[in-house]
Ligand binder design. Structure first.
Ligand code: PRX
Length: 668
């Protein structure tokens, strides 16, 4: 490590993550009834496939790719010539075609592709439900593809999509894929600052949005929020507005804004798919990192298609008759890969729910499972912790016998939450797949194959096919069983993000600091004596609040954008419900008095600038921030302070010890 790297590590390292889960020894073998029906039934089958995927990746991934439709076959499965691996080079395909046409032309033509349920409920508790067959979805996607074309959208253009969870969001995304436009989905919970930043960075000329969405019974004015953002995005020439709530007044800008339904009515229902090169970009998705600016991860078409397809097939053991529900929003990577592309390529029936789990009551999810006979349910640990808090009576009121497989994603699941999920939702007999992966990896990397691998609560278990993880020290040396260290991935896999939009250098520096042979995940982990991986949390300045990944630096940038703030440091502290909570330490400009109302104002400010999920839970005014000699804020100390109220850890790198006293005394 260079001095600078060491300094950075000292200022931010999250040492305490290595301490957890060391005593968990429970083992849950796959239920025999599940294994008997499963695609993979024995450890020997899994081992054989895994070994083949590592020893002969070209053959393994080539076979998987054969299950999809290609307009032109690839020349090479894996091209490892520097700087980074490329997959299925020379091959041509279209991902919307693989999600839709392939099924709509055959026996799945009239199979339900999407079941959508809206949030609002009538007096009797009933909600609006829409169902689209593969044939209907294909027609709508083609129509919207033609709307995009009529607005001048061509292959390679970026189209931003800022919508709520509606079938139209799925249609917009798939239509982009069909015409070869690069979709850039912006989560519907983001505010104007975050929207504008993404639209500008992505050079989007066209944005698709909707009038309003629903969350916890309130209407969220998406179009209004977008309009505010677009005041600073002069290059946006067209905005398509889906009308979620006919009759509600919406300001439409003449010459720029077009109603979705008017565009669709005028468009033809036939639009041949664009032939995309396997390495052509499919989407950009922004994610938080250790810089103040979100990074636009660029995912390409062929490798992403194959790995999302194959992981859905094996990890969810997807079946023809499944009703598959992943509760993630399409605005996050989980929604891209496991609401849309993975399950639709597998010809599954996918459930979409528009709103909050608490509306109108805390049993909404279980009502949906019961009403639609959901068979596969995939959610986040933060949701499970909320279910536990609300109590089992909400669960018991419903018949969950349709469920056959459960999943989690997004953060480490604490063993108690795992066991509750197993007992109360899984009724003690459904496998749980704890899936570890990241926006960068595109698809699941570590997870149990449910008919085969015995699970241990809190462990994501074994690597997926083709994935070679390793635990190394800060110096890059391999560590032995149960030693906590950095998780790296040693071999290339097909769905890896290929670059950071407009910043290839940052991509190399962040993910491949030691060259293309080792992808650095940013997570701490340990591998036990059985080869099971235990994910221990982020080691960098990224925190995970309610399953949402946030860069602390991003929140700091928002805070220092406030006229009263001189400097800000943001850290995560453990929170029973949210996983982590945001704690902000702020120094004010000399002319500004530390008033209580200002704390609330700053919280609101962050909520408005980034989105409500980034709103700090703790806001402390301090006179100075602790820094290393080279001027880096010592987040490690602040993390300790925010968590325990005091600092005992190593302070040798601290520049001015008196700062600690001031922080201890003057925290509030
Ligand atoms: O820290 C890991 C955590 O979420 C991070 C990735 O966040 P994001 O890119 O937003 O993608 C979330 C959905 C894939 C990881 O670096 N994480 C994700 N899944 C797990 C997890 N931590 C532990 N166990 C998991 N199953």
């Amino acid at each position: 490590m260079t001095q600078d790297e060491r300094d950075h590590f000292e200022s931010s390292a999250n040492d305490d993550v290595f301490e957890t889960h060391m005593h968990e020894v429970r083992l849950f073998p796959p239920p025999a009834a599940f294994s008997a029906q499963a695609r993979l039934k024995s450890m020997e089958e899994y081992d054989r496939l895994y070994v083949r995927s590592i020893e002969n990746p070209e053959e393994f991934w080539g076979d998987a790719a054969e299950e999809l439709e290609w307009f032109k076959p690839w020349e090479r499965v894996l091209d490892e010539s520097a700087p980074h691996a490329r997959w299925f080079t020379g091959g041509k395909l279209n991902l919307a075609h693989n999600c839709l046409d392939r099924h709509a032309r055959g026996p799945r033509r009239d199979k339900t592709a999407l079941i959508w349920e809206g949030e609002p409920c009538a007096e009797d508790g009933s909600a609006e439900v829409r169902r689209l067959t593969y044939d209907e979805l294909l027609k709508q996607v083609q129509r919207f593809a033609n709307v995009l074309k009529s607005l001048g959208v061509k292959k390679g253009d970026r189209v931003a999509v800022y919508m709520g969870m509606s079938p139209e969001l799925a249609i917009a995304v798939l239509a982009c894929a069909r015409v070869g436009a690069v979709h850039l989905v912006i989560f519907g919970g983001f505010g104007p600052q975050a929207i504008g930043e993404r639209v500008r960075d992505g050079d989007c000329g066209v944005v698709v949005t909707q009038d309003r969405s629903y969350w916890k019974g309130t209407k969220v004015g998406l179009k209004q929020m977008l309009d505010e953002a677009l005041e600073k995005c002069p290059d946006v020439r067209s905005v398509v507005v889906y009308q979620r709530e006919p009759g509600c007044p919406v300001a439409m800008k003449a010459g720029r804004d077009l109603w979705w339904h008017e565009g669709m009515a005028a468009a033809s229902a036939e639009c041949p798919p664009e032939w995309m090169d396997a390495e052509d970009p499919l989407f950009i998705l922004y994610t938080s990192g250790t810089t103040g600016k979100p990074k636009g991860l660029v995912h390409t078409t062929g490798g992403y298609a194959v790995q999302t397809y194959l992981s859905t097939k094996y990890v969810f053991d997807i079946r023809e008759e499944d009703v598959y529900w992943c509760t993630a929003d399409i605005g996050w990577v989980t929604g891209h890969s496991y609401v849309l592309y993975g399950p639709l390529q597998n010809g599954a029936t996918v459930l979409l729910y528009e709103g909050s789990p608490v509306w109108p009551e805390k049993d909404r999810y279980w009502r949906i499972v019961d009403d639609h006979k959901v068979t596969v349910f995939y959610t986040a640990p933060t949701a499970i912790r909320a279910f536990i808090r609300w109590g089992t009576e909400w669960v018991q009121a419903h018949d969950l016998s349709s469920l056959r497989l459960l999943g989690t994603v997004g953060e480490p699941i604490n063993p108690e939450a795992w066991v509750w999920y197993h007992r109360h939702i899984g009724q003690g007999r459904r496998p749980i797949v704890d899936t570890w992966w990241q926006s960068e990896t595109g698809s699941i990397m570590i997870a149990p194959i449910p008919g085969v691998i015995a699970t241990k609560p809190g462990s994501a278990t074994r690597p997926f096919f083709g994935v070679v993880p390793e635990i190394v020290s800060q110096e890059g040396d391999p560590l032995g069983p149960n030693q906590g260290g950095l998780l790296i991935i040693k071999r290339p896999w097909p769905s890896m993000a290929r670059t950071i939009w407009k910043n290839a250098e940052l991509y190399d520096k962040t993910y491949f600091p030691k060259g293309p042979g080792a992808y650095v995940t940013g997570d701490g982990a340990r591998c036990d004596e059985d080869g099971y991986y235990w994910l221990l949390g982020r080691l960098d300045d990224v925190i995970n609040v309610n399953g949402h990944r946030l860069g602390t630096v991003e929140i700091e940038s928002a805070l220092v954008g406030h006229p009263g703030v001189a400097e800000a440091a943001v850290v995560g502290r453990p929170d029973e419900l949210k996983g982590q909570a945001v704690a902000a330490f702020v120094t004010l400009k000399e002319s500004v008095a530390p008033r209580l109302e200002l704390k609330e104002e700053l919280r609101q400010w962050v909520s408005k600038e980034i989105g409500p999920m980034a709103r700090p839970d703790d806001m402390r005014f301090v006179q100075h921030l602790p820094k290393t000699r080279s001027g880096k804020i010592m987040r490690r100390l602040l993390r300790e302070l925010a968590t325990t109220g005091t600092v005992k850890g190593d302070t040798t790198a601290l520049e001015d010890y008196s700062v600690l006293e001031l922080l201890r005394e003057g925290g509030e």
